[in-house]
Design a protein around this ligand. Structure first.
Ligand code: SF4
Ligand code: SF4
Length: 180
């Protein structure tokens, strides 16, 4: 695992923390759902897992995992208070929460298209760092080819060539800007 890349991703996530609280107001803790291990489900429901199940806020899946549902302001994450995560410093915090809005799986890095910080391109300086590390956008293959960048990278760095998948047009546009 490339620790430099991990560091970049950590810094990127940290860089938006004030935006998450003040601007976005924790959108990702209010909408959608979250897949959890039992230990994570217990922690996130403040040890009131059974109560949350009865209230229909969380349900146990066949595979033993739990799904926590966020629907509206009355159905937000039980660990969200004043737009802040009260278990943020807990090591047992759900993995998805630790990683969001950037996920890394082997050579693929994904930026969530649901996250306003990604949509507003606030992470672009980190995307540039990833690019410098040899990551390229799967969305941008044609542009890189046109500019001769893809071929150069393939020749120089064939084994390390990896892909960074951008989430939206806003990010693509900025990639175009710096590379044109
Ligand atoms: S959706 Fe994105 S910007 Fe909003 S709180 Fe979550 S990570 Fe932060
Ligand atoms: S555990 Fe924290 S980060 Fe995860 S959804 Fe709940 S409030 Fe948000």
């Amino acid at each position: 695992m490339d620790s430099d890349v991990e560091r970049i991703l950590k810094q990127a996530r940290k860089s938006i923390s004030l935006y998450c609280i003040n601007e976005c107001k924790a959108y990702c803790c209010r909408k959608g759902n979250l897949l959890l291990k039992k230990s994570e489900a217990k922690l996130i429901t403040k040890r009131l897992l059974n109560k949350a199940e009865l209230e229909g806020k969380i349900s146990k899946n066949k595979d033993g995992l739990y799904t926590l549902f966020f629907k509206d302001n009355n159905h937000i994450c039980p660990s969200l208070i004043d737009n802040m995560c009260v278990i943020h410093k807990n090591r047992g915090r759900p993995k998805t929460c630790k990683e969001f809005p950037i996920y890394k799986k082997n050579d693929l890095i994904m930026f969530s298209s649901q996250c306003p910080a990604v949509i507003d391109n606030l992470l672009f300086s980190y995307i540039k760092k990833l690019f410098a590390k040899g990551y390229i956008s799967t969305n941008m293959t044609n542009v890189f080819r046109k500019n001769g960048i893809l071929e150069n990278k393939s020749k120089k760095n064939n084994n390390q060539r990896v892909f960074c998948q951008q989430a939206n047009k806003a990010v693509e546009k900025n990639f175009l800007k710096i590379n044109s």
